[in-house]
Design a protein around this ligand. Structure first.
Ligand code: MRU
Length: 356
């Protein structure tokens, strides 16, 4: 399943707000339509929004007036800002945009046409590398999966959340390809229903046995011995190993600890933010209250009800059994392990959605 396709200078995205009822691609021909698609979650999932934003930079760079190079670079910074302001939590977005900006800056001595081509090449490289990372995550993660396993997952960390294959679902796919007997419990993931709409759809398309549950059923099935392990994705991993992921992830980690069930996080290196020391410093997106008050356009709560809608939560490192990355599996203490696996690199992810 390819949620992101770059074709003839146009970005095609599966409109994930329409799944599973309709599988249609929208076409983004400029950076603004890419920014809108990310904000409206037509494309979502940390690696997927990073790759989409990289293509957004390509589209924006192509449309800028190219008569004055200094002005052109200023315009590129403005486009980067517009794309950065879409969603604040997943660091892959800032990582990809910064990578595109620094690629352009490093080629400042070349002509604008050449820089545009180099940016397109870089975006395609980001997309390609994402798929390679996910296969590597799958290979490493497969070592943690028993021959027969009931796995609980949350949100969608599948092909739809990446350029292809997925992170948490990448591990599940790899285990399945290795001939293991896998069954997946899919948390519906209120309020945006990424589990019910996207993960259930992905697993069923591939014939991987799965059962949909509502989020509040997880404790019950764990207490009945029906879950062997939990595996989720991540939107941002702080330098100490705290993990921001879809709202409800923390609840699952607490439940898993209570029931002695391993709790794994699968994510590429681009999700690790060495600039952020601990989870409480990760910006948490709050989304429109209508997502809580309406289900599929139907109001389910009283008019004027007070609502809180944080889109992510933070799971403290102490609840995480292991983090599966494309460079290998890391275990506590995460601070040292993350430093080692990333080389301790601190990147410049300026303005991480402060105004969102
Ligand atoms: O709000 P979303 O749907 O973008 O949130 C997605 C998640 O929380 C995923 O678990 C995370 O991005 C990892 S995707 C490989």
């Amino acid at each position: 399943m390819q949620p992101i396709i770059w074709e003839n200078g146009c970005l095609k995205l599966i409109d994930q707000t329409k799944l599973p009822l309709e599988k249609i691609y929208i076409q983004c021909k400029d950076h603004q339509s890419v920014a809108d698609a990310i904000r409206e979650m037509r494309v979502r999932g940390a690696p997927a929004i990073g790759a989409a934003a990289a293509y957004g930079m390509v589209l924006g760079a192509r449309d800028l007036d190219d008569r004055d190079k200094e002005e052109w670079f200023k315009g590129l910074d403005e486009i980067a800002e517009i794309l950065k302001q879409t969603r604040p939590t997943a660091v892959n977005l800032f990582w990809a945009i910064e990578r595109m900006l620094s690629t352009a800056r490093s080629k400042k001595h070349l002509g604008i046409r050449e820089i545009q081509d180099i940016l397109e090449f870089e975006a395609e490289k980001i997309a390609r590398e994402d798929v390679e990372s996910n296969y590597a995550i799958g290979r490493h993660g497969n070592q943690l999966i028993p021959q027969k396993a009931n796995i609980l997952t949350h949100c969608n960390a599948g092909a739809l959340a990446t350029v292809d294959y997925g992170t948490a679902l990448g591990v599940i796919r790899a285990a399945r390809s290795a001939g293991k007997d896998i069954h997946v419990f899919v948390d519906e993931t209120r309020p945006f229903l990424q589990g019910a709409r996207l993960t259930a759809f992905e697993l069923m398309e591939e014939g991987i046995p799965s059962t949909l549950i509502t989020d509040n059923m997880a404790g019950y099935i764990m207490s009945k011995g029906m879950v062997d392990l939990v595996i989720v994705g991540a939107d941002r991993i702080a330098a100490n190993g705290d993990v921001a992921n879809k709202i409800g992830t923390y609840t699952l980690a607490v439940l898993a600890r209570e029931h002695n069930i391993p709790f794994y996080v699968a994510a590429p290196i681009s999700t690790i933010d060495m600039n952020i020391e601990k989870g409480e410093d990760i910006p948490i997106e709050e989304r429109n209250h209508d997502e809580v008050v309406y289900i599929q356009g139907k109001r389910i709560a009283p008019e004027n009800v007070k609502v809180f809608n944080p889109a992510f939560d933070v799971t403290p490192d102490k609840l995480i059994t292991a983090i599966i990355t494309d460079r290998g599996i890391i275990r506590p203490p995460y601070k040292d392990a993350l430093k080692e696996i990333t080389g301790g690199t601190k990147n410049d992810y300026q303005d991480q959605g402060e105004d969102n």
